[in-house]
Design a protein around this ligand. Structure first.
Ligand SMILES: Nc1ncnc2c1ncn2[C@@H]1O[C@H](COP(=O)(O)OP(=O)(O)O)[C@@H](O)[C@H]1O
Ligand SMILES: [Mg+2]
Length: 242
């Protein structure tokens, strides 16, 4: 129990009459990279948004660090050490890179915020030269690094990442995957939604496959990576989910 940092139990979230996720259960242990894969519309974003407090479940529980955080506001979830890198990045285009990063650090003391900012510029050197640039002018890869940096500015124990490599050129996809490993090495726990199933299975410890709002398969990532049937049945055949 002690080493389970996140425990999702029987989670159900609706949009009106649409049951987007149904009876979802998953666990993440401290220090793990766990990935969540599955076709478009499976409910992956809904699950992360519910865990992060952006949506309220109709049923079920989210336990983080042995605390029941179900129904907590996004701000309170963030302060408890769980941070979301949202789908499509959602950075503030009119704010500078520096301002975007500082917004991510609102939960921190001013002094700690400056230290974290320095840390982010070491982690993402590309952002250093663009500190005064409005984020709307960044390339896709830079914007994704900013989105991850902003989430890290709250100094979280655990990061939820929603499609971090989506829309990036191959070389930048490599940057994102290198970063995922680097974050694990610094002691962060990661739950990552990825459409590039083969790549994420290569770096993850364990994986869950979702379809139509439910978890349909779970297991060691190395084992799932070798299962052709999985790709044919759930992930569109190519190793990259549709
Ligand atoms: N804001 C919304 N309002 C109504 N239905 C939604 C909304 N967002 C997602 N859905 C529906 O919920 C289901 C799960 O969507 P989503 O969680 O975005 O899936 P994924 O991230 O796996 O592509 C889909 O059927 C989708 O159409
Ligand atoms: Mg999604």
């Amino acid at each position: 129990m002690v080493d389970e940092i996140l425990n999702v139990e029987n989670l159900n979230t609706r949009y009106g009459s649409i049951r987007a996720i149904r009876r979802v259960g998953l666990t993440v242990k401290a220090g793990e990279i766990v990935c969540l894969i599955g076709p478009n519309g499976a409910g992956k974003t809904t699950l992360l948004a519910t865990v992060a407090g952006l949506l309220n479940p109709v049923l079920g529980r989210v336990v983080f660090n042995a605390k029941d955080i179900t129904g907590w506001s996004p701000d309170r979830v963030l302060r408890s050490g769980l941070s979301l890198v949202p789908e499509h990045r959602r950075i503030f285009g009119n704010f500078t890179v520096r301002e975007n990063l500082l917004v991510g650090g609102v939960t921190q003391s001013p002094e700690h915020r400056e230290n974290l900012l320095d840390e982010m510029l070491t982690l993402f050197p590309v952002l250093k030269e663009k500190l005064s640039t409005p984020a709307g002018y960044l390339s896709g890869g830079e914007a994704q690094q900013l989105a991850i940096g902003r989430a890290l500015m709250s100094n979280p124990n655990m990061l939820l990442m929603d499609e971090p490599s989506l829309g990036l050129a191959p070389v930048l996809v490599d940057v994102v995957f290198d970063l995922i490993l680097k974050l694990r090495d610094t002691g962060r726990t990661l739950l990552v939604v990825e459409q590039n199933a083969q790549r994420i299975l290569d770096v993850a410890d364990r994986a869950y496959v979702m379809r139509s709002g439910k978890i349909v398969v779970e297991g060691a990532a190395s084992e799932l990576a070798g299962r052709e049937d999985l790709f044919d049945t759930y992930l569109g055949g190519s190793g990259v989910a549709a």
